[in-house]
Design a protein around this ligand. Sequence first.
Ligand SMILES: [Cu+2]
Length: 127
Amino acid sequence: MRLPNFAFALAAAGLIMPQIALAHTRMVSSTPAANADVAAPTTIVLRFNEALIAPTAKAEIAMTGMPGMANHAPSPITGFTTQLAQDRKYMTLQLARPLAKGTYRVTWSAAGADTHRMNGNFSFTVK
Ligand SMILES: [Cu+2]
């Protein structure tokens, strides 16, 4: 019976291919890199594995550590703009002024082609 096998193959291909085409949004790399020690940056760039849906792309920055302060409650950093590159794979956070010495956590959320909102975070330290 050739036909059922052929139909099954088509169905299987139909089930598998959308998962390949519609991988979940994830961050591929960033500047500053995760866990890096850097000089005070004025921009933070997040690179993603796929084009983001612009209205879903969001980021927050929090200071989570300060020199000489062991238990620093996360305090939000405000006064930055969030911009997507033309290809919508890069999110650039433009800070109003350089970050002070300390540890920072960047939290992002965004959806790509499959419209599922994903999120993640990374930290870096300004020396
Ligand atoms: Cu999904």
